[in-house]
Design a protein around this ligand. Structure first.
Ligand SMILES: N[C@@H](CCC(=O)N[C@@H](CS)C(=O)NCC(=O)O)C(=O)O
Length: 287
């Protein structure tokens, strides 16, 4: 681990950390919280792409108003599988984060759920988007976070895969994962029906909500409608209206305003992703 950490440290010192344009970019939070950013340089670097898992981390960083650097990775060139990045996330996926730990040495955090837990434990002392450790609400947030990490994310991810990216249309796979996604939305709907705040747990937006918003927001990419879930629709509107959520969705690149796309336009986007996804499959099966 020492070797790994020193590799991360030397990577962090490299002057040419890059985004799509081969530059590290300062976050929106850093730009917007000039006082924080000017009083201390960010110690956090987020390695990301604007996907439902990637935006979990940027949304939380924005909600907490933390300064951070952003390194945008390029899936098209498999940058997420390069040795330097595998030192930060051995799983070769985004998001990942590095920080200076309390002992003054670099720390790496990978898996979006782990990133959310790390950031609130270290930086949310006021419990803006969390609850005190060990309280009932803390454990309820943990339940929903694990539910998202083990259920909603993987199931909707597979729905995307079979519905959009698979080189052949396999009806069973499409039905199975779209059905699971819908079932999971109905679980969220029931929970939200019991909520008086409109959020999943207690009286505030927490990392449980933050972990789900990118996924629910891209329901139509998975071919699943949320029309039959009124509470979920309202929750999504509430989440998308939060300034921190809006800014988080614009990392690493500002998003185009949503417009209706034709099936041809959707297929063009899917085809670009299909190319690198199939490359990833080949890379994995050749190991
Ligand atoms: N369980 C992981 C999943 C991460 C994940 O699948 N990330 C996708 C983007 S949403 C990725 O990096 N894909 C690139 C690849 O598969 O090589 C997490 O929550 O962090």
């Amino acid at each position: 681990m020492t070797t790994r950490l020193s590799a991360i440290a030397s990577h962090l010192r490299r002057p040419t950390l890059t985004n799509n344009n081969n530059n590290i970019i300062k976050s929106f939070a850093a730009a917007n919280t000039r006082k924080m950013a000017s009083s201390s340089e960010p110690t956090i670097t987020l390695y990301t792409v604007g996907t439902p898992n990637g935006v979990k981390a940027s949304i939380l960083l924005e909600e907490l108003g933390l300064p951070y650097n952003v390194k945008a990775l390029k899936f098209s060139t498999q940058e997420q599988k390069e040795p330097w990045f595998l030192e930060i996330n051995p799983n070769g996926r985004i998001p990942a984060l590095t920080d200076t730990f309390t002992d003054g040495k670099p720390i790496r955090i990978f898996e979006s759920g782990s990133i959310l837990q790390y950031l609130v434990e270290r930086y949310d002392a006021d419990h803006k988007v969390s609850y005190p450790r060990g309280s009932r609400d803390y454990w309820e947030v943990n339940n929903w976070l694990m539910w998202q990490m083990g259920g909603l994310g993987p199931m909707q991810g597979q729905a995307n895969h079979f519905f959009r990216y698979a080189p052949e249309k396999i009806e069973y796979g499409i039905q199975r994962y779209q059905g699971e996604t819908k079932r999971l939305y109905s679980v969220m709907e029931s929970q939200l029906a019991k909520s008086t705040s409109g959020y999943l747990v207690g009286d505030r937006c927490t990392i449980a909500d933050i972990s789900c918003v990118g996924w629910v927001n891209s329901h139509d990419w998975a071919g699943v409608s949320i029309e039959e879930f009124p509470k979920l629709k309202k929750w999504l509107e509430t989440m998308l209206a939060r300034p921190g959520v809006k800014r988080g969705f614009d990392v690493p690149d500002k998003r185009e305003p949503r417009k209706e796309m034709t099936e041809e336009e959707k297929e063009k986007i899917a085809a670009e992703a299909r190319a690198w996804i199939l490359q990833t499959n080949e890379h994995t099966s050749s190991k």
